[in-house]
Design a protein around this ligand. Structure first.
Ligand code: P5A
Length: 445
């Protein structure tokens, strides 16, 4: 993309309404625009990051054997009356009446609807196990929408639902989700720690939240510092293996890590004092096992091997896709702007032309642009007629991990400059070598 043809409405001023870095930076970098409290348009740069995150979530869900579908945002109230949650959900639910006076709602989550889809089609244990998921907009009329996309009213969520014959199988689905989430967040450059949590309106006793540590996080968390040494890395996991998933769950959840809702002073006292950490975190996902809470009242039954009808065991599993954009920025920025991890960056690298209009410099930039594009990469070429300082400031603000700077002086020596946004370190190399370096960096992402 050439910057002169793009839509990147960056702001010079720091928006006064934004209290935390990610919100400020998303507004300044022209990623989002607020349309109403907690409701945002995703401008081209923000939309690109959202889609990169969504793509990683899809890939990791499907790697774990989960099947994508798409349910609507607007749901009929009847389904929620069947489960008993229509009244229980309270003022967070956006209730709508259609022209025929039918009660509808903008879905805050989809347990009821997926249970309805399941019961309409499946009646035998032979069709289990099954996990269906979608990535769809949700609406929760939060009392205090704030921090930009972190606590929105309209937000984008991956929500998945497992259907199993037995509690044991459903707990395997729970473990499998935990494993796939560890991998998902790491691909985004994040460390998200699974912590024992409270299940709230979704229900059930088994639940873990995934928290990214950040001073601006909304949740207070208590954990054993040893937990931050754990890395999932590039382990190959057999997601069908109960033992393999259970072992990973044990590895990542056996140390103390809880949100304030489940914090227990007596158990906490057993953690060696020098390893106790009290911090804040951003909840980027949550997994639940709730057994037959929905299948029983809604009649989602299957015939078991013994011929008897039994309600299926279920759980649901959520990832805050739009919240993740903010969470990644909270975890990765400096005073100049965002620093995107390679896994989610909106463009793979920037090209800065130091002398727009100089024919040799323009030609070198064009040839870099074509070489990167031909390699399947997306560069953002700053071809504006602007001072170098302004170009560097924009690149630093929008946070592309790599920048190639091209100017007449370097070209005389046959070099361009490759700069890492994260370290600020630069090196001079030929344009061909710079392309190879960038290709190499992204080959492993
Ligand atoms: C699990 C999937 C559920 O709704 N039902 C389907 C279960 N869980 S949850 O924890 O309530 O939400 C899942 C994740 O969605 C994100 N999230 C939000 N993001 C932005 N703004 C909000 N207002 C908001 N509310 C929830 C969180 O990341 C949460 O973990």
């Amino acid at each position: 993309m050439r910057l002169t043809r793009y839509f990147l409405p960056v702001l010079k001023e720091t928006p006064a309404e934004a209290q935390i870095a990610s919100h400020r930076l998303m507004l300044r970098a022209g990623m989002i625009r607020q349309q109403a409290a907690g409701i945002y348009s995703w401008l081209p740069l923000g939309f690109k990051v959202l889609k990169r995150i969504e793509q990683i979530v899809h890939e990791e869900q499907q790697r774990a054997g989960h099947i994508p579908l798409l349910m609507p945002t607007v749901q009929p109230a009847d389904l929620w009356q069947e489960s008993g949650r229509y009244n229980a959900y309270g003022p967070e639910m956006l209730r709508i009446r259609d022209r025929h006076d039918r009660d509808m709602l903008y879905g805050p989550t989809n347990e009821e609807m997926i249970t309805d889809i399941f019961r309409s089609a499946i009646s035998s244990y032979k069709d289990l196990p099954l996990t269906l998921y979608h990535i769809q907009w949700k609406f929760r009329d939060e009392v205090r929408p704030r921090f930009g996309v972190m606590r929105g009213r309209e937000f984008y969520m991956k929500d998945g639902y497992n259907f199993d014959l037995t509690k044991e199988d459903a707990l395997h689905a729970y473990n499998r989700h935990l494993v796939s989430y560890l991998r998902t967040y790491e691909r985004m450059g994040l460390q998200a720690i699974p912590m024992r949590a409270d299940s709230g309106p979704i229900g059930g006793d088994d639940t873990h939240e995934f928290l990214v540590l950040a001073e601006t996080g909304e949740s207070e968390v208590f954990y054993d510092s040893e937990i931050t040494d754990l890395k999932f890395g590039d382990r190959e996991i057999d997601y069908d293996s109960h033992e393999a998933c259970a072992a990973i769950l044990a590895e990542f959840t056996s140390r103390y890590a809880r949100t304030d809702e489940t914090h227990d002073e007596a158990v906490w006292a057993n953690v060696p004092e020098d390893r106790r950490r009290v911090a804040r975190g951003i909840e980027v996902g949550q997994i639940f096992y709730f057994g037959t809470k929905y299948s029983e009242p809604m009649g989602a039954m299957v015939q078991g091997p013994d011929g008897k009808q039994v309600p299926v065991h279920m759980g649901s599993h959520g990832i805050g896709v739009s919240r993740l954009v903010g969470a990644i920025i909270e975890a990765s920025h400096d005073d100049k702007g965002i620093i995107w991890p390679e896994g989610v960056t909106p463009f793979h690298c920037g090209i800065v032309n130091l002398r727009q209009g100089d024919s040799a410099t323009d030609a070198a930039c064009e040839s870099l642009y074509s070489a990167l594009t031909a390699a399947g990469l997306e560069p953002l070429y700053d071809d504006r007629d602007e001072r170098a300082g302004a170009k560097f400031a924009s690149m630093d603000l929008i946070g592309l991990p790599w920048r190639i700077t091209v100017g007449p002086r370097g070209l005389e020596k046959g070099v361009v400059e490759l700069t890492s946004r994260r370290t600020g370190e630069s090196e001079e190399l030929s344009a061909e070598a710079a392309v190879e370096r960038i290709k190499g960096i992204y080959a492993g992402v």
